[in-house]
Ligand binder design. Structure first.
Ligand code: ZN
Length: 248
């Protein structure tokens, strides 16, 4: 505990609700920004991890740095808990995947009913690599923005998949490795509401201006809900969620 008198008038962080250290899968998108704020409010120390896997929307790798910078500057109550950022090169994933997220394919439904944006095994690999980093860094919680309410039908975003992976990681590492998914049961409108509750107007403005969601990497047009092409499934979900939250 810090017993020294403080000279700053910046907002002080409340004692963390959870003394564990967390590693947040942070892509620079709306969902993972809400997850990061959720983790910063809760855990004693929070680090972030991102993945470069040859995604068409690689602009998100730049956006995530901007979001981290703004969070540190605008939320001093969280900045003290926000530790280092890790970026892993998973370009191999892009090379072995033939998808609309990693190649010049159309965004459409495949014959198996899954969208062509589905990158097989992506979240399983992300969480497994994150667990390896977390183990080394002394973190025992992984936080991800997976959601099965308003989502694209990816089977690796489902609660059952992640519960099984949590068990496998705990066994494989011989130490508990919790997977927390605070957005799992939220609609996209509720995710905006969560961001508002956690960080107020400042976090909403930061999310609108600096996070990236669009699958096509489009950032030339600014809409009420942020930047994007406005047409791809990711933009459609973001727009609909924002409109419902705004109207509510
Ligand atoms: Zn888009």
């Amino acid at each position: 505990m810090n017993t020294a008198a403080t000279m700053t008038t910046a907002p002080q962080a409340a004692p963390p609700a959870d003394e564990r250290h967390a590693l947040v899968l942070f892509s620079g998108g709306q969902d993972s920004t809400a997850c990061l704020a959720w983790a910063l409010e809760r855990y004693a120390r929070v680090e972030t991890i991102g993945f470069d896997y040859g995604q068409r929307h690689a602009v998100e790798l730049q956006c995530r740095l901007t979001v981290l910078e703004r969070l540190r500057a605008e939320f001093p109550q969280w900045a003290a808990r926000l530790g280092v950022d890790h970026v892993l090169d998973l370009s191999l994933l892009g090379r072995i995947s033939d998808t609309a997220l990693t190649g010049e394919r159309a965004i459409e439904l495949n014959a198996n009913g899954l969208p062509s944006t589905f990158v097989p095994g992506r979240n399983l690999l992300f969480l497994t690599f994150a667990a390896a980093v977390a183990y080394r860094r002394g973190a025992s919680v992984l936080v991800g923005g997976m959601c099965e309410t308003d989502y694209s039908g990816y089977p690796d975003c489902r609660h059952d998949t992640l519960a099984a992976l949590q068990t496998a990681l705990g066994l494989g590492l011989a130490t508990p490795m919790a997977i927390e998914t605070p957005l799992m049961c939220l609609t996209k409108a509720q995710t905006w509401a969560l961001a508002d509750t956690l960080g107020g107007t400042a976090l909403i403005e930061l999310t609108l201006e600096h996070t990236h969601t669009c699958y096509l990497g489009e950032r030339s047009a600014r809409h009420a809900w942020g930047y994007g092409c406005g047409l791809c499934p990711a933009c459609a979900l973001r727009r609909q969620g924002f409109e419902r939250w705004s109207a509510g």
